[in-house]
Design a protein around this ligand. Structure first.
Ligand code: ATP
Ligand code: MG
Length: 342
């Protein structure tokens, strides 16, 4: 990944962004066969310490690309065209590699989609303990003790067997919990959790979400919780940011977004949740199918105007121009002309 706007934040800029986390005007492109497209386009949001913010949207809307840009974990074909990730006053995108190594795992950690961050040829216990010992001055015995306690809090009770196993010797749910243990072991202040419950059974999912809740309550850990499923975010997220085709289309307190969705896209997404049992939704997501009629725009051919308008039942002539994200009723922000006159 390259960052084309690599300038050092001035003192004033740093002071302006002294809050916990502010993502500002993030735009990321991928290059495919010498053509580029914008997977993330002008995304901005903020998070307070101890807050759980849900990033919601259909497959391909840019959730993972947004998240992985924070720690420069995107593939070489990605380029951050513009944007900032101000974390505790520092722009993560401008840190040196050495500074970034100190931040990764210790202050900010990532739970990758599909537990793909695990090393296949290292025992799982070692992988978790190594993260801890890389950042904290602990004896092996102390580190093992901490690993055992985090394993147990995630429902991995046979510590010796599981920590001695290689990833392929464990079930998908167990692997996912190891990846979560690795992300949480240093008690970072921000965890980016990319679909942490997508491939586990209902009971495991509940254990994982409870563990995240406890981390927030006991240690004031903040989470960016990525999901395509509103039900996963309900009861856990404080705020929800809804993305569509690389843009934020709605954001606000979770209870407002879930009970009174404003954007026709959010409304359609929630309707799917009501209409379809969880098992059906999981199959749909696995196959990258949508229940909302129509399909997401071709990222190489983004036309002017509202990106959702070709699928929108409430489409108006004005939707051919670009809607701005506007505040509604002092609580929610929405990118839709229906609310521009408010
Ligand atoms: N390495 C890559 N090279 C080219 N395009 C990519 C790459 N990774 C993702 N994309 C594209 O960028 C867009 C955003 O993808 P991203 O993975 O961020 O979406 P997502 O919201 O996380 O989707 P999902 O719910 O399926 O995980 C999609 O159009 C996707 O096909
Ligand atoms: Mg993703």
């Amino acid at each position: 990944m390259s960052v084309s706007t690599a300038t050092t934040a001035s003192r004033d800029e740093t002071e302006c962004h002294a809050s916990f986390l502010t993502v500002e005007d993030l735009t990321v492109e991928y290059r495919v066969n010498s053509r580029s497209f914008r997977a993330v386009d002008g995304v901005s949001f903020g998070i307070d310490a101890g807050e759980i913010v849900g990033l919601l949207g259909e497959s391909g809307c840019g959730k993972t690309t947004t998240a992985l840009s924070a720690l420069r974990l995107l593939p070489g074909t990605a380029r951050v065209v513009s944007g900032r990730w101000y974390f505790r006053g520092r722009d993560l995108l401008n840190l040196t590699e050495a500074q970034l190594r100190e931040v990764r795992g210790a202050e900010v950690s990532v739970i990758f989609q599909d537990s793909s961050g695990l090393n296949p040829v290292m025992r799982t216990g070692t992988q978790v303990i190594e993260v801890l010992r890389a950042h904290r001055n602990l004896s092996l015995q102390e580190a093992r003790g901490r690993a055992q306690s985090i394993f147990e809090s995630l429902g991995l009770i046979e510590f010796d067997r599981i920590s001695n196993a290689y990833p392929h010797q464990l079930s998908g749910g167990q692997r996912q919990r190891i990846a979560i243990a690795q992300a949480l072991i240093c008690q970072p202040s921000l965890v980016i959790a990319d679909e942490p419950t997508a491939h586990v059974d209902v009971d495991t999912a509940a254990e994982i979400l409870t563990c995240m809740k406890n981390m927030r309550e006991k240690h004031r850990v903040s989470f960016i919780l990525i999901s395509h499923d509103p039900e996963t975010l309900a009861g856990l997220a404080d705020r929800i940011i809804v993305m569509y085709a690389g843009q934020v289309v709605e954001q606000g307190p979770a209870k407002d977004v879930l009970s009174n969705p404003l954007h026709p896209y959010t409304q359609a997404l929630l309707q799917c949740t009501l209409d379809q049992p969880a098992a059906n939704r999981a199959i749909r997501e696995k196959k990258r199918f949508s229940f909302i009629p129509g399909s997401t725009p071709d990222p190489f051919r983004i036309l002017p105007g509202c990106r959702f308008s070709p699928r929108c039942a409430e489409r108006m002539p004005i939707c051919d121009s670009d809607p701005a994200l506007v505040e509604h009723a002092g609580r929610q922000w929405v990118r839709c002309f229906k609310y521009e006159a408010d």
